[in-house]
Design a protein around this ligand. Structure first.
Ligand SMILES: C[S@@+](CC[C@H](N)C(=O)[O-])C[C@H]1O[C@@H](n2cnc3c(N)ncnc32)[C@H](O)[C@@H]1O
Length: 355
């Protein structure tokens, strides 16, 4: 089935003659000064010149913002975002115009009729990594098959919460006719439920790329008859009651305007109250509501509020059956940038029943 959903992709920048170019060996300080003043810089000799310039921006910011606190890291990221997105690269006939540049399949998929434009270097790097992930696939410990995340979709890079869910599903004795997966992303939770015998999963996501990507991934296979998709907010068009509702929501409160994939990570204050109110209508009397969360916002001191605890204390809709917790393993190749709070991080799987 052809889809009409409009996906998120980098907006092509019209070609302009005034942009000056940067090659390795140019005066980096002057170039960074230009970027700070808001002037764009073009990479048109070697692709790697762009990679080096972005590294130079990192070095500059490391000196300017050396503090590793969570807040200062956010400031660092926002400055990096501003400067690095002034570094441009040209696209002609769906290829990047620089020597030794990677070939990125999204260019053909996303801009079949646009033959000449600029993209920012970070956008191109993002597309390049996303193309590698999409093509090679990613193995997830609890899933039989690799997932192939579509451009611009959230996919898990740590798996403790999936392991906790896997354990829970293993012991789950209730009916398995239908489930709802709110915010399906690349489909991992839906795939887990199907693996454990759920006959039908109704899934949603506000991110169109996630829906288009899963439609493409499932094609007309058996899986496409088990997982039905809707691009929509919270429950989308799924109104019927079900025995299981799962939601792996964003884990951090919103601190800035949200665009694209940020919605996988940051929630606004309306999300949880609305989610619980809508979930109440759709959960069968003996159904289970499974919500993932983590102590990330608390240990990084972004907030001391916990939206699920708030719901249990004030909502009057659900009661706690169990909350499973698991520490997040810190990466063995821990780098200096790895902040101290990482070792305190725990994922949580909240299982709630109707009141
Ligand atoms: C943390 S990710 C989880 C994705 C996937 N379920 C997983 O566990 O890997 C949260 C997902 O919820 C989606 N999302 C955020 N707000 C939403 C909303 N209001 N309605 C539906 N989906 C939403 C995001 O686009 C993202 O795909």
């Amino acid at each position: 089935m052809k889809t009409q959903i409009e996906i998120n992709k980098p907006e092509p920048i019209p070609v302009s003659a005034e942009v000056q170019s940067y090659t390795n060996g140019n005066d980096v300080e002057l170039t960074i000064e230009d970027l700070i003043q808001g002037k764009s810089v073009l990479i048109n000799e070697f692709y790697n010149d762009g990679v080096s310039l972005l590294q130079e921006i990192h070095s500059y910011l490391n000196l300017k913002l050396p503090n590793k606190s969570f807040k200062e890291q956010q400031k660092y990221r926002s400055e990096y975002f501003k400067l690095s997105n002034l570094v441009l690269i040209e696209v002609v006939d769906q290829e990047l115009c620089a020597k030794k540049a990677p070939s990125i399949g999204w260019l053909e998929k996303f801009y079949p009729e646009n033959n000449h434009f600029f993209l920012t270097f970070p956008q191109v790097q993002g597309m390049n990594s996303a193309w590698q992930w999409y093509q090679n696939g990613i193995s997830i410990p609890v899933l039989r098959n690799k997932i192939h995340p579509y451009y611009g979709t959230y996919f898990p890079t740590r798996f403790e919460h999936l392991e906790v869910f896997d354990n829970w599903l293993k012991r789950y004795k209730g009916p398995k006719k239908t489930a709802i997966d709110v915010g399906v992303g690349c489909g991992v939770l839906s795939f887990q439920m199907v693996q454990y015998g759920f006959q039908k999963v109704f899934a949603t996501d506000t991110n169109p790329n996630s829906i288009v990507g899963l439609q493409e991934f499932m094609g007309t296979t058996k899986l496409s008859r088990k997982i039905e998709l809707d691009a929509g907010h919270l429950f989308g068009k799924w109104g019927k009651q079900t025995e299981l509702i799962v939601f792996n929501p964003p884990w951090l409160p919103k601190t800035h305007e949200l665009g694209g994939i940020d919605k996988a990570i940051y929630y606004n204050e309306k999300l949880f109250p609305e989610f619980f109110a809508e979930a109440k209508k759709r959960l069968l009397p003996d159904g289970k509501l499974v919500v993932f969360f983590s102590n990330l916002a608390q240990i990084t001191k972004v907030t001391n509020k916990h939206p699920i605890e708030t719901e249990l204390a004030e909502g009057g809709r659900f009661q706690l059956e169990n909350c499973y917790k698991k520490s997040v393993r810190t990466a063995s190749n821990k780098t200096k940038r790895d902040p101290h709070w990482r070792s305190l991080e725990e994922v949580e799987l909240w299982v709630l029943n109707n009141n």
